[in-house]
Design a protein around this ligand. Structure first.
Ligand SMILES: Nc1ncnc2c1ncn2[C@@H]1O[C@H](COP(=O)(O)OP(=O)(O)OP(=O)(O)O)[C@@H](O)[C@H]1O
Length: 222
């Protein structure tokens, strides 16, 4: 139970006359890597936003590591699950890379020394040394993406959700991202990766779920 995300009989739709998720159930093992793929509009991003509590199910339950997400704040959900948006600009708020990495934890009242130490570890892991004091707005797309992942990892989440992590990255950056994601495995952080990228699916998809119109049409273990 501690390692599971359980979605039970969930209903969600944006408009009453356009169904999306209906009696949708899914269990995710948070020690593993699961890929969700499917055509545009099949519900992948909506599903991840429902897990993160950004959207609320109209019916049914989402149980995160044994706790019903209905009874959790966004911040509590964010402590357990890191979320990397498709467009990294949407989650970068501060005026330097080091501030971006530290502000949320400092705001929560964590000890400055420990937060700084973790931030330096992330800067090294994500090769952001030269960008340490740069305004995130001026970073390259690849650096923004790496910073977004590094920021999501600052709270030591059990699980990481990445929405289209390879979009707009060149081949070298994708290889670099793959290496980082493999390192997370060593740290026992499981992942849910939303992607269309066939090579990335092949490399990371221990389990591959295909969505179509809010329904699971294929669920394969590799
Ligand atoms: N904010 C919104 N308001 C209304 N409808 C929405 C909204 N966001 C998504 N939808 C609709 O919900 C359905 C699922 O969208 P979603 O973005 O979850 O799909 P997706 O599989 O992630 O697509 P993509 O691969 O293009 O990112 C689509 O029909 C989409 O048009």
């Amino acid at each position: 139970m501690d390692n599971l995300i359980e979605i039970k009989n969930m209903k969600y739709q944006y408009h009453k006359d356009k169904k999306l998720f209906e009696k949708f159930s899914l269990q995710l093992d948070c020690k593993r890597t699961t890929v969700i793929t499917g055509n545009n509009g099949s519900g992948k991003t909506t599903l991840s936003k429902l897990i993160m509590g950004i959207l609320k199910p109209l019916e049914g339950d989402i149980i995160l590591f044994g706790d019903n997400s209905k009874n959790m704040t966004l911040s509590e959900i964010g402590q357990g699950i890191g979320y990397v948006f498709q467009y990294p600009e949407r989650q970068l708020f501060t005026t330097s890379v080091i501030d971006e990495l530290t502000f949320a934890q400092l705001l929560k009242g964590e000890k400055k020394e420990a937060v700084m130490e973790k931030a330096e570890e992330m800067i090294e892991l994500f090769a952001l040394e030269k960008a340490r004091d740069v305004y995130p707005f001026f970073l390259s797309y690849g650096e923004k993406k790496r910073l977004a992942i590094a920021s999501a990892l600052m709270s030591n989440p059990k699980y990481l959700i990445l929405d289209e992590p390879t979009a707009s990255l060149d081949k070298d950056k994708i290889i670099n991202l793959s290496m980082i994601l493999n390192k997370l495995e060593e740290k026992n952080v499981g992942k849910l990766i939303i992607t269309h990228d066939k090579n990335f699916i092949k490399e990371h998809g221990e389990r591959v779920i295909h969505l179509d119109g809010g329904r699971i049409v294929k669920d394969e273990a590799n």
